[in-house]
Design a protein around this ligand. Structure first.
Ligand SMILES: NC(=O)c1ccc[n+]([C@@H]2O[C@H](COP(=O)([O-])OP(=O)(O)OC[C@H]3O[C@@H](n4cnc5c(N)ncnc54)[C@H](OP(=O)(O)O)[C@@H]3O)[C@@H](O)[C@H]2O)c1
Ligand SMILES: [Zn+2]
Length: 338
């Protein structure tokens, strides 16, 4: 791996990011093409589901034989099968590239681009594999598990409370944090919440007209006049349409159903009971935690996760923090579970 390889793979990831929110269930992919002297001759990215892959987008911009003997960088193994577009490897071979540098292998079992490239005499190298894999974690989960990627958002005091023992919770975090949540919602296909949260807070959970909202409401206790039902496509999971597990809605079954509706990412906003249950059952991929500089100083306030009775600290759930930033007066911590 050279500094040059790292530089261009980072460029691929930056280009790929432009497709965020429009390419699911496909991965975000960017591509940079160098000629044989090492000069950038083209760039491309996957713009929208069903449209050209990044390699095709970049290579079709070339007029002559600029890529001949050059290097192509792409953050995901080029495809070798006919999907909505023809295989990218064929185009790469036709353009006579000497080397292809890949971020990660494709988890789609239909793809075997690396062997085809090697068989055509093209050198294949990897760079920034860990970064590229993390970057497309939503695609990897949806492709391998056939389940949406789940992010749980919580807003807590510094002592991890989401409400006082009387249920008072407005507002723990600053206006800036709440504005950040509105922005976050737009990045997901669906917001999921619970009957209790709808009944306690009557939240609007605005996210734009065409998106989905899912309310877990086993006994249909929520008032259909609640604000959450005012916009969006609504899926109410109840015992009428969902199997039960330990006398509660089977949340995994709900998530599988959401996937079948074309929902690939879910943003969960709920209290500690549902959050705790989902964490225990391994249904949460990431946690976004807003921490406000407030302390309740009361063990009987509601905790952000309340699903396990763990006696040993060594048995606590481990998360890996990958991003921390200050939002207004609060801190936002983003972490991956496991
Ligand atoms: N600060 C924050 O970020 C934030 C966000 C949201 C809410 N809140 C606060 O949280 C409080 C509500 O918390 P909460 O703990 O009562 O409610 P919750 O965790 O939001 O929801 C509990 C409900 O979810 C369902 N549920 C619980 N366990 C389940 C399981 N294992 N499987 C499937 N479904 C399950 C049940 O509803 P059904 O039986 O009806 O299906 C249960 O009544 C409110 O006071 C609200 O203000 C805070
Ligand atoms: Zn392709």
């Amino acid at each position: 791996m050279t500094n040059i390889d790292t530089k261009y793979m980072k460029m691929c990831l930056t280009l790929a990011k432009r497709g965020a929110g429009r390419v699911a269930p496909n991965p975000m992919v960017g591509c940079v093409v160098l000629d044989k002297s090492g000069k950038v001759v083209s760039k491309g990215y996957h713009k929208k589901y069903g449209e050209n892959h990044a390699e095709r987008d970049a290579l079709l911009k070339l007029q002559n034989n600029e890529a001949c003997g050059g290097t192509l960088y792409v953050n995901l193994e080029p495809c070798s099968h006919y999907g909505k577009t023809p295989p990218c490897v064929d185009l790469i071979i036709a353009h006579k590239l000497a080397r292809v540098v890949i971020g990660m292998k494709d988890v789609n079992p239909k793809v075997d681009g690396i062997s085809k490239l090697k068989a055509a005499g093209i050198q294949v190298d990897y760079v920034l594999e860990k970064e590229a894999t993390f970057f497309n974690r939503v695609f990897i989960k949806t492709m391998t598990k056939k389940m949406p990627y789940v992010v749980l958002k919580t807003a807590t005091t510094m002592d991890g409370k989401i409400a006082t023992k009387t249920g008072s919770s407005k507002w723990i975090t600053s206006v800036a944090s709440r504005a950040e949540v509105y922005k976050m919602r737009k990045e997901f296909d669906c917001i999921m919440t619970s009957s209790n949260t709808v009944i306690a807070d009557n939240p609007t959970m605005k996210m734009g007209q065409c998106k989905w909202k899912c309310v877990l409401d086993k006994d249909l206790r929520t008032d259909r006049g609640s604000k959450i039902y005012e916009e969006g496509q609504i899926y109410i999971a109840s015992k009428k349409n969902t199997p039960l597990k330990n006398n509660q809605l089977d949340v995994e079954a709900v998530l599988r159903h959401l996937y079948s509706l074309g929902i690939y990412s879910v943003f969960v906003e709920c209290g500690g009971t549902l959050a705790g249950a989902m964490l225990r059952e391994g249904l949460i991929d990431e946690v976004y935690q807003f921490v406000a500089p407030k302390i309740l100083n009361d063990n009987s306030g509601y905790s952000c996760f309340n699903g396990d009775c763990i006696n040993e600290i060594s048995k606590a759930k481990n998360l890996s923090v990958y991003d921390i930033k200050q939002i207004g007066t609060d801190i936002l911590i983003k972490s991956v579970v496991g």
